[in-house]
Ligand binder design. Structure first.
Ligand SMILES: [Zn+2]
Length: 167
């Protein structure tokens, strides 16, 4: 699975704003969870004038995956917007590519995507000792992740945090 094949939320948003609308399109996002908490829940709304076109929800956990160590709020907001845009029909013609790139990155991080049944890549803690697909090093049981995109299980270090090369 390549994330490049998935549209980013920014691209999807630009596409929506460029469409013909019977009024002024606008986007409203709400932080639904407690500010500062480790779990972030965002709700995004797409409006055209005073008509609510669609809503989207997203949840992110602080520290889950590299992107969420520094920007879980922003990431959560983008994901909710991506969902709202998908719900407004902006998902592209290929149903397999309905999730935004941000959502697919989340699937790769091993988090669940709320409200989106997804049967693509499966990521679990590795139950067998294996060789890291990134650095070639050994991943002991439970020390990394095993990912299966339908072509078999691949083992890698957690969040691609491979140990530095020994000198
Ligand atoms: Zn590695």
């Amino acid at each position: 699975m390549s994330l490049e094949n998935y549209e980013t939320v920014a691209e999807r948003l630009a596409r929506w704003l460029d469409m013909e609308h019977n009024g002024q399109p606008r986007v409203i996002t709400h932080l639904v969870s407690q500010p500062g908490s480790d779990i972030c829940v965002f709700r995004a709304e797409l409006w055209v004038d005073s008509t609510l076109i669609s809503t989207g929800w997203a949840e992110e956990v602080r520290g889950q995956g590299n992107v969420n160590k520094t920007s879980h709020l922003e990431n959560c907001e983008s994901s909710s917007l991506g969902r709202a845009l998908a719900n407004a029909g902006l998902a592209g013609s290929d149903p397999a590519k309905r999730p935004s790139r941000e959502e697919m990155a989340k699937v790769e991080r091993g988090a669940s995507t709320s409200g989106t049944p997804f049967t693509g890549t499966k990521t679990i803690t590795n139950k067998m000792k294996g060789k890291c697909i990134h650095c070639g090093g050994t991943v002991d049981v439970g020390q990394g992740i095993a990912t299966n995109d339908g072509s078999g299980w691949k083992t890698s270090h957690l969040d691609e945090q491979c140990p530095p090369e020994p000198f």
